[in-house]
Design a protein around this ligand. Structure first.
Ligand code: FUB
Length: 323
């Protein structure tokens, strides 16, 4: 369906919005795109982000959106290589923990943690990445029994280089009827700085309980997000090369999640990436497209629109293009 959408911050190129409500206000944790002059490739070398800004608002469709400025920069991260991709933030006991993927000096994605006293930062990075972390695209779910960190993405996201949380000698990307590579989830330690357990696969299955296959255009590619609605867990994600945002429903943070449908049809630009929150009784999809940059896939603009549910808990599909 067509719906009213808003470009949230036309003054700058930003993407991959992870959104949370802290102290009654919406805080947006995006990637910060810039025109790096790189040629586009499947490894994502054109996404060479160097810092993070935090935005906030108290009215997503109409209110002022404030850019709180640089919250964390590459040069302030002790283990920095390159490419600050999709981050997320969680609050615990009045402290704010930013989780960010970045390539280390060997060009391997790891997940770092940076800590702040306020949701907008500034954030101070830990000396080293999370032990045993790999790949990218972070989302954190806060539950009564702790915090769950979701991560992973294929192709440039490097997930195909791992099996059972160990690096493979040669990357292996499933094909055809083989089960698709799943996202991963791990609970965090009480101090929020490490994995408290071995990461587990996040299975997306069909109505018969079979994992979606590698050749299914609805299979997981990157951009995990989890929200709760009516006591159920909604795992949503990008399908990458088929350019959809899809979702699946489960009974707990680990899944399995049963595939339910498409949230957003393809947008202008190669990537699609999002988060979903409830604010003041309405549900919002934050995402991005490359329409304002004329389709340049690494110059993306943040957007927001409302989403609606049907009585059975399914989400009404939104058109990714507006015209
Ligand atoms: O922004 C860089 C990468 O592009 C993200 O990590 C992916 O989800 C895609 O949006």
């Amino acid at each position: 369906m067509k719906t009213t959408k808003r470009y949230l911050y036309p003054a700058d190129y930003m993407a991959d919005p992870s959104v949370h409500v802290f102290n009654g206000r919406i805080y947006i944790y995006p990637s910060h795109d810039w025109d790096c002059g790189q040629t586009e490739n499947d490894n994502g070398d054109q996404y060479v982000m160097k810092d993070y800004h935090v935005l906030s608002t108290d009215d997503p469709m109409n209110g002022e959106v404030i850019d709180h400025g640089r919250a964390l920069a590459l040069e302030d991260i002790p283990w920095a290589g390159r490419q600050l991709w999709d981050n997320d933030c969680a609050e615990k006991d009045g402290k704010y923990y930013m989780y960010f993927p970045m390539k280390d000096r060997n060009d391997i994605f790891r997940i770092g943690v940076a800590v702040a006293d306020r949701p907008e930062g500034p954030f101070v990075a830990q000396q080293d990445p999370i032990r045993g972390s790999y790949s990218m695209d972070i989302a954190v779910l806060k539950e009564d029994d702790g915090y769950y960190l979701y991560f992973g993405g294929i192709w440039g996201g490097q997930l195909q280089r791992y099996k059972d949380n160990k690096a493979l000698e040669s990357a292996y990307l499933p094909e055809g009827d083989e089960p698709a590579l799943p996202s991963r989830v791990a609970k965090l330690t009480d101090d929020m700085l490490q994995f408290a357990e071995e990461p587990k696969p996040v299975l997306v299955v069909d109505e018969d309980g079979n994992p979606l296959k590698a050749n299914d255009p609805h299979r997981f590619f990157e951009a995990s997000w989890v929200h709760k609605y009516n006591g159920k867990y909604y795992f949503s994600y990008s399908t990458g090369d088929s350019h959809l945002l899809c979702y699946a429903i489960g009974d707990n943070p680990y899944g399995p999640f049963t595939y339910k449908g498409v949230i957003l049809t393809p947008v202008i630009g190669w990537t699609t990436h999002h988060s979903i929150i409830e604010y003041k009784g309405k549900w919002y999809l934050f995402h991005h497209d490359s329409f304002p940059s004329g389709g340049t896939s690494w110059l993306r603009s943040l957007k927001v629109c409302e989403i609606t549910y049907n009585e059975d808990g399914t989400i009404n599909t939104i058109d990714g293009t507006d015209e």
